[in-house]
Design a protein around this ligand. Structure first.
Ligand code: MD3
Ligand code: FE
Length: 210
C-alpha cells in the first residue's frame, strides 16, 4: 500500500455507493456557476483534461476565489462532507487519527478524462502548505506514473489506478512529479453513473485566506 515514502495507495477504498454519489455531485459541479472546461495555459496550450474546482479556483498557476480565466464567477464552495471524506482518507492511509483530525482541505480539483486525455509530468506546488493531497478515482482505469522529487525524468513507478482507488500523497512524496499518461477506455463500470471516461478528485490544503 505504501508505493513511496508518504504515498499510500488503497485500491477499492470507495464503495460503489460512494462512487455513484460522487459522480452525481461532480455532474452538478460541472454544470454549476463555473462550468467544467479545458484549462488554458498561460503559454497558449490547452489541457486535454477538463477541470472544475471547489473552494478555490485553480488558474494556472495560482488559486483564486473567482474564475477569472473562465467567467469571473465565484467558485462553488468546498463542501463540509468532502472535507470529512478527506479526513477519513488520511486516517485510513496513515493509520493516524490525530493527523487526520488536523487535515482541513479547502480546495478540490475535479478532473475528467475522456479516452484521449492525458496529464503530463508535473509537481503540485501552488499550495502554500505541504499537507497531503487526497486523490479519488472513479470510472475508467488509467496508467499513473509517480516520479521523483528532483526532475520529470526517470526513475518513476507505474501503477494502474482503478475506480474506487484512493491515493494519499504526503510527507516526502508531496512534491514528487507525477503524470497520467494513458486512460484505459471501457474499463469503468457504468453502474457508477459514468458511461465512459475517468473522474479524479484531488483534495488540497491551499494555505490561503481571503
Ligand atoms: C503525487 N491529478 O490534479 S491524482 C492533479 O489523476 C493531478 O487527475 C491526477 O495530478 C489525476 O494535479 C493525479 C494523484 C496525485 C495528486 C497529487 C499529487 C498524485 C500526486 C501530489 C504530489 C504527488
Ligand atoms: Fe498533480
Amino acid at each position: 500500500r505504501e508505493i513511496a515514502p508518504g504515498a499510500v495507495h488503497l485500491p477499492g477504498w470507495l464503495t460503489p455507493e460512494q462512487q455513484r454519489s460522487l459522480v452525481t455531485a461532480c455532474r452538478g459541479w460541472a454544470t454549476g456557476p463555473v462550468p467544467i472546461r479545458h484549462t488554458r495555459l498561460p503559454r497558449g496550450g490547452v489541457m486535454s483534461v477538463q477541470t472544475v474546482c471547489l473552494g478555490w479556483h485553480w488558474k494556472p498557476y495560482a488559486y483564486t476565489r473567482t474564475a477569472d480565466d473562465v467567467n469571473g464567477r465565484p467558485v462553488t464552495p468546498f463542501p463540509g462532507w468532502l472535507a470529512d471524506l478527506g479526513r477519513r482518507a488520511v486516517a485510513d492511509a496513515y493509520q493516524d487519527e490525530e493527523r487526520a483530525a488536523g487535515y482541513e482541505p479547502d480546495a478540490a480539483l475535479v478532473n475528467f478524462y475522456d479516452a484521449e486525455a492525458r496529464l503530463g509530468m508535473h509537481q503540485d506546488k501552488d499550495e502554500k502548505t505541504l499537507d497531503p493531497v487526497v486523490s479519488l478515482s472513479i470510472g475508467d482505469s488509467c496508467l499513473f506514473r509517480l516520479g521523483n522529487t528532483e526532475h520529470r525524468n526517470r526513475p518513476w513507478t507505474d501503477l494502474t489506478l482503478a475506480s474506487g482507488d484512493l491515493l494519499v500523497f504526503g510527507g516526502p512524496s508531496r512534491l514528487a512529479y507525477h503524470a497520467v499518461p494513458k486512460i484505459h477506455p471501457g474499463t469503468g463500470d457504468p453502474a457508477t453513473g459514468l458511461a465512459a471516461g475517468r473522474l479524479n478528485l484531488t483534495l488540497r490544503v491551499t494555505g490561503l485566506t481571503d
